[in-house]
Write a protein that binds this ligand. Structure first.
Ligand SMILES: *Cc1c(COP(=O)(O)O)cnc(C)c1O
Length: 392
């Protein structure tokens, strides 16, 4: 398949353009651990990497490979590989790229699990970790100029939807020989393509928007072939392999990715505008609002502002509990990026391990609610918020 198709077409076709066995138009789930050969020369050639083919499903599998190809094409990368979860993708990437004595610069607002890798596991390997204020691009540049092997970014961030200027920071990183990794989970390739903005690698939790239905976990890495090949090798040996059934479900979810993301974008924008004028709402965090401090950067690097937003309420924690208890069209649950709206307070979910002071330092109000707008009818979502806010 050529790479000239638009995203909506690639969502459906990329990686799956040919007929499968017996003329099936849907990719079979190959529940086979191993792959047999009658021709010994062919077996040995595949095993030695001289010929394409499958050997053992810890390495790759004919259901998993088309998913890797789909994300490769959608992100415009040279190569892609897959993992059992998003955290496997992120930790395997960092453990592959960083050796003792090397240095990584990251933003402070990375996903909770990624943050733990930076503060708990990498220092144990004698990797120097420098975490910068997410919105202070000058400070990030200064740290990158001091030298680092990896610059690790995520944008928009969790839970306050900060925006990081990928193009600006990737340029400086490359001047200093660093590898730029971007967690694109919130945006997906529909809203943002970090490789085109200068990133070397993009990492995903496919558990979120890519699959989109909150029923399977997975992770993906896409980018420069020389780097992805090393990360693949680390994963095939250490073993955080994606199951073929999960790969199938992510591929199936991705067929509607463009459609879903368009609706997520639309609903989040409408909800953000509605909340911004509501007297019981203190502050709304959404990069699509003109009042967002980095709205201009978001406009420059994103094609849509995404389905995630958060808002703080007047009246503190009590208001949070009231609103959550009364919202009907929202699962009160962790996670995000699903067809159904999901809400939760960072204070007791994603950022429960921080103290109140640490949350304050991270700019996370105690009365913050994170809202992952689903693909429901937007009028219904707003009516539901209206009745819940009226109870405060
Ligand atoms: C959920 C998430 C992850 C981790 O993915 P899992 O599939 O839960 O391991 C990483 N980054 C971001 C931005 C996420 O939202």
């Amino acid at each position: 398949m050529t790479e000239t198709h638009r995203a909506g077409t690639d969502s459906v076709w990329a990686g799956e353009e040919h007929l499968f066995s017996e003329g099936a138009i849907c990719l079979p789930v190959f529940n086979s651990v191993t792959f047999g050969y009658d021709d010994m020369n062919e077996w040995f050639d595949v095993a030695l990497g001289k010929k394409k083919g499958y050997i053992y499903s810890r390495n790759t599998n004919p259901t998993v490979r088309p998913l890797e190809e789909k994300i490769r094409i959608m992100d415009g990368g040279e190569e892609a590989t897959s993992f059992s979860t998003g955290m496997a993708a992120i930790s395997n990437t960092l453990f592959t790229l960083l050796k003792p004595g090397e240095r990584v610069v990251a933003i402070k607002d990375t996903y909770g699990g990624s943050n733990k890798v930076f503060i708990e596991f990498l220092p144990r390997l004698d990797v120097e970790v420098c975490m910068c204020d997410t919105s202070d691009f000058d400070a990030i540049e200064t740290e990158v100029r001091k030298g680092c092997k990896v610059l690790y970014l995520e944008t928009p961030t969790n839970p306050t939807l900060k925006i990081v200027d990928i193009e600006r920071l990737a340029k400086v990183a490359h001047e200093h020989g660093a590898i730029v990794v971007v967690d694109n989970t919130f945006a997906t390739p529909i809203n943002q393509r970090p490789l085109a903005l200068g990133a070397d690698l993009v990492v995903y939790s496919a558990t979120k928007y890519l699959n989109g239905h909150s029923d399977v976990m997975g992770g993906l890495v896409v980018g420069k072939k020389a780097l992805v090949d090393q990360i693949f090798h680390y994963r095939e040996i250490t073993g955080a392999t994606l199951h073929p059934q999960s790969a199938y479900m992510i591929l199936r979810g991705m067929k509607t990715l463009e459609l879903r993301i368009q609706r997520h974008n639309e609903n989040a924008m409408r909800v953000a505008r509605y909340l911004a004028q509501h007297p019981k709402v203190e502050e709304v965090f959404y990069p699509g609002l003109e009042t967002h401090p980095n709205h201009d950067i978001a406009k420059k690097q994103m094609r849509g502002f995404g389905g995630m937003l958060s808002f703080s309420l007047k009246g503190g924690w009590e208001s949070v509990v009231t609103v959550l208890e009364n919202l009907k069209l929202a699962h009160k649950a962790a996670s995000l990026g699903s067809v159904g709206t999901l809400v939760g307070p960072p204070r007791t979910t994603s950022h429960v391990e921080l103290t109140e002071q640490e949350r304050a330092n991270a700019g996370i109000p105690e009365s913050l609610i994170r809202y992952s707008a689903g693909i429901e009818n937007g009028d219904d979502l707003i009516a539901d918020l209206e009745q819940a806010l009226a109870r405060i």
